[in-house]
Design a protein around this ligand. Structure first.
Ligand SMILES: Cc1cc2nc3c(=O)[nH]c(=O)nc-3n(C[C@H](O)[C@H](O)[C@H](O)COP(=O)(O)OP(=O)(O)OC[C@H]3O[C@@H](n4cnc5c(N)ncnc54)[C@H](O)[C@@H]3O)c2cc1C
Ligand code: SF4
Length: 529
């Protein structure tokens, strides 16, 4: 291997986990290589075009996997510098302290993490700083203690959402400002100042940000680290296909990659960090099986690829009696039923605002949607329906199970299998409760399920919130990684993305991925020193 292809650290994948880790390690002066499967996401008008993004799925992978019944589907994944954060909705929540312990759900137990909320708290604070999280402490009754205020003030509600907030309070609930990662500088009315990168528009959820106003891993980590530290090298269009080990299987000795022009390259590093996202990281470990690791790298426990979690979730649209002219709608969250549902002994989950849908997005769901909406708005014009629509996202916990897993066939076929039902009753009850409140909140009486990001929430292709396929723990029989996210079975292999999750809670996962990358970064800095 030529000397120039040897590094102190190789990080594979530049999303929330890998991009953040690269940012954290870059000031050390160590030679760091960031290998990214995709290119930079092009900046172009289509970034904000509904048809391109949602109907033509221009930025999604076209690869096809199989489900447990042999049906093909295309997983919701995006391969670019910055990973899935290029298209994410930037809702950056901390898990609740209880999420780190055992929770009894209607559908079973959510297991304990080997670390507690207190272990993560300082890193949550650093992650909020790095990802420009705007929020307000003290509003949400379920959040854990904070060592500091939010680094940025909450994104102000626009009038329709402010009214919704007031109506929810009248119902005895505790709506809070949604913690959002945007590079938004607001004037006293909440509008973007002339110097603000984010212009406060209606494209925040599922679209790449054309004006670089979203705190994604490319914008806040990879690009600034590359600009400031010449010891960090980014190689794009480098699809890592296999990790090689020494004969004993304790050291990763080389990383094989396929380049965009079809050529093959090999790199080596003292430390190798896999950060390809929970599903692709598991696949890479499985693909790297060898004599020392016949079931896949680090897979002596047979846990790699299992315990896949992704949230039980549902997007709904409710029709407001008054027009909803909100631009940036993703500003409110209700977590009153996070720990326990109403008149129930088990958790329900979280209700958040979603990015504002437009007529074109609804057209993708027509004619089913059109028939429903036509009853409610004169003429049934989709733009008109969208103008009255208010979009919500309901999220509740699914549980890690051995049969919830990604596997690799001998011929390379990828299969994703989900249990038939995974703790879905809480979500169903939360939806019922939500619908029962609609009239009091100024809506027509029934909400409608919305296909968001091209599918309905429970569809197997809904891999946006993937986690848990190489969980961390203290017991090598039941976990893949130790508490520093180093593989139990290898001395220089780490996994730093959403794979390490033991459970997923009911809030969006990315701030926890970021916090963990910063935490593991501290460990690696010590190791490298
Ligand atoms: C539409 C959408 C909306 C979302 N909204 C939110 C939200 O509001 N809040 C939230 O918390 N989360 C949200 N998410 C989820 C969020 O994007 C993910 O949790 C997060 O990006 C996961 O980080 P990661 O590092 O685990 O993986 P990723 O960010 O997916 O990064 C993995 C990286 O590895 C690269 N890669 C994969 N395989 C290889 C390989 N073999 N070789 C080299 N490189 C490879 C990929 O190209 C990618 O860059 C959303 C996701 C989507 C798709
Ligand atoms: S709201 Fe801000 S961050 Fe979101 S797409 Fe618009 S400009 Fe970009």
């Amino acid at each position: 291997m030529p000397e120039q292809d040897h590094y102190d650290v190789i990080i594979i994948g530049s999303g929330a986990g890998g991009g953040t880790l690269a940012w954290k390690l870059a000031p050390s002066g160590k030679r760091i290589l960031l290998l990214e499967r995709g290119p930079y996401l092009p900046r172009e008008r289509d970034n904000w075009d509904t048809t391109a993004v949602f109907v033509r799925a221009k930025y999604h992978t076209t690869e096809e996997w199989l489900d447990q019944d042999d049906h093909e589907f295309s997983p919701e994944q995006n391969y670019y510098v910055g990973g899935n954060t290029k298209l994410y909705g930037a809702a950056l929540f901390r898990l609740r302290p209880e999420d780190f312990g055992v929770i009894q759900h209607h559908g079973g137990l959510s297991p304990a993490w080997p670390l507690s909320y207190d272990d993560f708290e300082p890193y949550y604070a650093q992650g909020e700083d790095l990802y420009h999280v705007h929020g307000a402490a003290g509003e949400d009754p379920t959040v854990g203690p904070r060592s500091s205020e939010f680094p940025y003030p909450p994104v102000q509600h626009e009038p329709r959402i402010e009214k919704l907030h007031e109506d929810l309070v009248k119902l005895g609930l505790h709506p809070a400002h949604l913690p959002l990662g945007v590079l938004l500088d607001q004037d006293e009315h909440g509008n973007a100042t002339h110097a603000s990168a984010c212009i406060r528009c209606n494209r925040v959820d599922g679209f790449p940000c054309l004006v670089n106003g979203k705190a994604d891993a490319q914008i806040v980590c990879v690009d600034p680290a590359l600009a400031a530290h010449r010891n960090l090298t980014l190689v794009t269009d480098a699809h890592v296909t296999r990790l090689e080990t020494d004969e004993g299987g304790r050291q990763v000795t080389a990383v094989q990659a396929e380049m965009a022009d079809g050529s093959a390259r090999r790199f080596s590093g003292d430390v190798v960090v896999v950060s390809c996202g929970a599903l692709n990281s598991a696949l890479l470990l499985l693909r790297s099986a060898n004599d020392a690791h016949p079931r896949g790298l680090a897979n002596g426990s047979d846990q790699v690829g299992r315990n896949y979690v992704r949230h039980n979730n549902m997007a709904v649209i409710a029709l407001s009696r008054t027009p909803n002219d909100t631009r940036l709608q993703k500003t409110l969250v209700v977590n009153d039923w996070y720990r326990k549902g109403e008149d129930w002994d088990y958790p329900w989950g979280s209700i958040q605002m979603l990015g504002k849908s437009d007529g074109e997005q609804l057209r993708a769901m027509a004619p089913r949607f059109l028939a429903w909406g036509a009853k409610l708005t004169p003429g049934g014009v989709l733009e008109d329906i969208a103008r009255h629509g208010v979009d919500f996202w309901m999220s509740s916990e699914d549980l890690p199970r051995a049969d919830s897993r990604i596997t690799l066939g001998r011929d390379g076929t990828v299969r994703l299998s989900l249990p038939k039902d995974n703790n879905t009753e809480g979500l169903a009850r939360m939806r019922q409760k939500f619908d029962s409140m609609l009239a009091d909140l100024g809506f027509h009486q029934k909400s409608h399920q919305r296909g968001v990001y091209l599918h309905e929430g429970m569809n197997i292709a809904a891999t946006a919130h993937q986690a848990g396929t190489a969980r961390f723990g203290t017991d090598p029989q039941t976990s893949v990684l130790d508490t520093n996210c180093r593989a139990h079975e290898l001395d220089n292999l780490y996994v730093v993305d959403s794979s390490f999750f033991v459970s997923i809670g009911a809030v969006n996962p990315t701030l926890t991925i970021v916090a963990n990358a910063l935490r593991v970064g501290d460990h690696l800095l010590e190791r490298l020193a």
